[in-house]
Ligand binder design. Structure first.
Ligand code: DAH
Length: 366
């Protein structure tokens, strides 16, 4: 390799270096090739130094030839280095591959637990699917427009302040996104997209800046929406009663509809279910006390119009219910915060067997 380079053996020398580069099996070997050729005392660097002693004619030939060779070798080394790096990473990925799935044959299939929220989510989905409802979804990060304005919360309306909203930083165009404070924006998304008849439920995560024994910053709601030409409060009442009978597994799911206010419904109702309170807790479907479980009403004409539906043609009803709350009621979990602690002892106690999927035919709960 230390042969003096001349225009005659240039190709040969280049081929020799190229062979060394290709033979380098790892980055360390490649680095040795680099040092031996391009390093301070490397063969090419040494040759470069001889340029000064050449006659001008010789230099005119050898200058560009050596510089060209040096550039190509530099490039080849860089390319080989990339290839070696990629191969090393690939080998590492293969060698360090781990199987993160748990083998149920070793751990016991019955040990995993379904969280009560997931269980209740599946239960209510099964019930409403049976009643002919479809599941609709929307994003957790919503626009102010869908979370409030299109739902008939005018700008500056005090009802907006009742939702302790988490806002995202304002964007350049002055709009700001937020974490949806309720599942009602899914109503808007559905009506903008689908033509009536509409029959959906929208279970999902919701967020409000609130935290105590009965409030967590993230919680779950399920929204219901029916829109067609003749739905009325009687249908609303029937649907909710059927749901409560099936969900709470009680014969008598008498309900009480109390007048209330929501910007997106008119009239609006708060709905209570019959219950008996005693020192042992609360029992549903018996007694003569009442427990509030959801909000509902007839979809406000403005909301229909905001979604391009003619309120003189279409009408509908909607409701919103806290999933965590009905889960706590059904399964006797006293503190909402426990639901989100991730304590495996709690989950072992309140969780559900993984292969017992709730269905109306097979039974909803254990
Ligand atoms: N979005 C309401 C809330 O979070 C709940 C609600 C009330 C939803 C009435 C509805 C409804 O669809 O009709 O407080």
């Amino acid at each position: 390799m230390n042969a003096v380079i001349s225009p005659d053996n240039l190709d040969e020398i280049e081929a020799g270096i190229e062979a060394q580069i290709n033979a380098a099996g790892d980055e360390a070997a490649l680095e040795s090739v680099r040092v031996a050729t391009l390093g301070k005392k490397g063969s090419l660097s040494e040759q470069m130094k001889t340029l000064g002693k050449m006659s001008p004619e010789e230099r005119q030939v050898m200058g560009p030839a050596l510089n060209g060779l040096k550039a190509r070798v530099t490039e080849q080394i860089a390319a080989r280095r990339e290839a070696l790096k990629a191969a090393a990473l690939e080998a590492q990925l293969v060698a360090e591959r781990i199987d993160v799935t748990l083998d149920p044959r070793q751990t016991g299939i019955g040990r995993g637990r379904i969280h009560p929220i997931s269980q209740v989510w599946d239960e209510l989905s099964a019930i409403f699917a049976d009643l002919g409802f479809r599941i609709a979804e929307g994003p957790d990060i919503e626009t102010d427009d869908f979370n409030f304005t299109k739902l008939n919360f005018p700008e500056g309306h005090p009802a907006r302040d009742m939702h302790d909203t988490f806002f995202l930083p304002e964007r350049e165009d002055g709009t700001r996104r937020l974490l949806r404070t309720h599942t009602s924006p899914v109503q808007i998304r559905t009506m903008l997209k689908d033509k009536p008849p509409i029959r959906i439920i929208a279970p999902g995560r919701t967020y409000r800046c609130d935290s105590d024994q009965t409030h967590t910053p993230m919680f779950h709601q399920v929204e219901g929406l029916v829109v067609d030409k003749e739905s009325h409060v009687g249908h609303l009442k029937w649907v909710l009663t059927e749901f409560c009978r099936a969900f709470f597994e009680v014969e008598d799911a008498s309900m009480r509809f109390r007048p209330s206010f929501f910007p997106f419904t008119e009239p609006s109702y708060e709905v209570d279910i019959r219950c008996r309170r005693s020192k042992d807790g609360i029992e549903l479907g018996v007694g003569d006390d009442w427990l509030e479980i959801l909000g509902s009403g007839m979809v406000h004409p403005n909301v229909l119009a905001n979604c391009g539906l003619d309120p003189d043609v279409y009408q509908g009803f909607a409701w919103g219910m806290g999933i965590d709350r009905i889960a706590m009621l059904k399964y006797g979990m006293p503190d909402l915060r426990d639901l989100f602690e991730g304590d495996s002892r709690w989950l072992t106690h309140y969780g559900f067997a993984p292969l017992d999927r709730p269905s109306l035919a097979g039974g909803l709960s254990r």
